[in-house]
Design a protein around this ligand. Sequence first.
Ligand SMILES: C[S@@+](CC[C@H](N)C(=O)[O-])C[C@H]1O[C@@H](n2cnc3c(N)ncnc32)[C@H](O)[C@@H]1O
Length: 278
Amino acid sequence: MPTFLSILPSRLRSGLRQRLATRLIGDPSARWAAVDDHICASLLPADPALDAALAEGEAGGLPPITVSRNQGKLLELLARIHGARRILELGTLGGYSTISLARALPEGGEVVTLEFDPHFAEVARRNIAAAGFADLVEVRVGPALETLPALAEEGRRFDMFFIDADNRNLSRYVEWAIQLGGPGSLIVADNVVGEGAIVDPQADDPWREEGGIEGVLRFYELAGADPRLDITAVQTVGSKGYDGFALALVTDLAAPPSSSADTQPAATEPLVSATTDN
Ligand SMILES: C[S@@+](CC[C@H](N)C(=O)[O-])C[C@H]1O[C@@H](n2cnc3c(N)ncnc32)[C@H](O)[C@@H]1O
């Protein structure tokens, strides 16, 4: 027997749910942000380097789409737990998450971070240098689908990946990570929930990126069928709203997925322009 809510169009349904939740517990996003503030104030020390990186980003006109402070700490902890030595990040912005990742590096480690926008990359280089990591971090400028093949040609290898760039190419980036990492490497991909848009065909793209939702859905389809990945995804709420991340361990390169032009990490793939809204 369909319920009253289930017979409504999905956009109306989720709007009603949202209003009901707001009535019951107040504005949920304000509460998520307050809890993030509490987490950071209680558990994390003052962090002038990250505060300065945020301030520089704001002064430089960068969009406020970094990971949150506690998410950055999660990235740092994941890198430490994994024992990562060579980290590849896709989507630098002003270097906020890059600094978090660099903090986890052991002696002789490195982070390579890929950014489409030259101005963002310049701000990031300054922030990374100010945080004391200029010698450990390399910022490469250009569309990731061009800089990734260059890294492969140079024979560069990585043991951890943080994917936080354009969503439309997410499954391609995961394939590149598998190729550049191999078995045992860790892949973290941000923005895989997008306010639940992945289960709401009527939803506006929360990342305001053409093809973003389709790219994330393609990622779920391919990653879920890929025997080389031991993978899950987790929803998150907080000061950055409602989204989620995927976490995968590359297990076995002997069993590639069924051939798909969409996943081949070829330099000849159609390149797409970057978005700054994700
Ligand atoms: C969400 S922001 C990254 C935030 C950063 N990881 C942080 O938490 O501090 C996404 C970044 O990816 C960059 N980007 C988007 N499309 C790209 C592409 N095709 N290649 C490289 N970078 C891209 C954008 O310019 C933007 O700076």
